[in-house]
Design a binder for this molecule. Structure first.
Ligand code: DC
Length: 221
């Protein structure tokens, strides 16, 4: 069995940065599951698929060939590099609609489980510790205050904080209230509020847990 480190939490809590650093430190593969929902959303937007058309969205999710090239940090959809294209506000919003469709989720969850069959992973998302890997070795629920999450996104994107705030709260509400696999903390996840912590402090806290629960993170499957 390979080792899974699951990192869940709301938008802008710092999951990607932390997950990427941890994976590099441990020599594990970093998997950004949000990028998969974004890739399906991008394809749907390009095909002008109605975001409430569950059948078409299911077809797209099943047909999508998504490659997460973690060594080069690129996201490939059907042989096209979409790393930048999936980061627009329009795709962010569409992704949270697409992610509410159960058939889309089951198609992508199957791909996520397959990724971890042969390698140790740090996997980031909303339902990794609750649904995708309920037996993950380490589960983190990474949170930050709403104000801090908006500040970080604004610093990253250079966008207007007021519009970021409304987009983030819309997305979180949709992600938390959907029927299938809503954003939630697993009962056995460790809650970390990163509002007043540096990146290094968050990383060290998680690494301590990983070391305690693995043979110093070096265990092999
Ligand atoms: O983490 P992100 O912002 O890139 O995620 C994009 C959308 O996909 C977001 O609205 C939540 C959704 N998502 C999800 O439902 N389950 C996951 N495991 C990852 C992301």
């Amino acid at each position: 069995m390979s080792i899974v480190i699951a990192i869940d939490g709301p938008a802008g809590a710092g999951k990607s940065t932390i997950a990427r650093r941890l994976a590099a430190r441990l020599g594990y593969t970093y998997i950004d599951t949000g990028a998969m929902y974004r890739a399906v959303a991008l394809w749907a937007l390009r095909q002008s698929v109605d975001l409430s058309d569950m059948h078409r969205l299911d077809q797209l999710a099943q047909a999508a060939e998504i490659v997460l090239d973690s060594s080069r940090d690129r996201v490939i959809l059907n042989a096209e590099d979409v790393t930048e294209a999936i980061r627009t506000p329009q795709v962010s919003s569409a992704a949270s609609h697409v992610a509410a469709v159960s058939a889309v989720r089951s198609a992508l969850v199957a791909k996520q489980r397959a990724f971890a069959e042969t390698r140790n992973v740090v996997m980031e998302g909303r339902d990794i510790g609750t649904v995708v890997f309920p037996d993950a070795r380490v589960k983190i629920f990474l949170d930050a205050s709403a104000g801090e999450r908006v500040r970080r996104r604004a610093a990253e994107d250079g966008a207007d904080p007021a519009s970021i705030a409304s987009h983030i709260s819309d997305r979180d509400r949709r992600d938390q209230t959907r029927g299938d696999s809503p954003l939630a903390q697993a009962p056995d996840a460790v809650y970390i509020d990163s509002s007043d912590l540096s990146l290094e402090e968050v990383e060290e806290e998680i690494l301590k847990l990983v070391r305690a629960r693995t043979a110093n993170g070096k265990e092999h499957h």
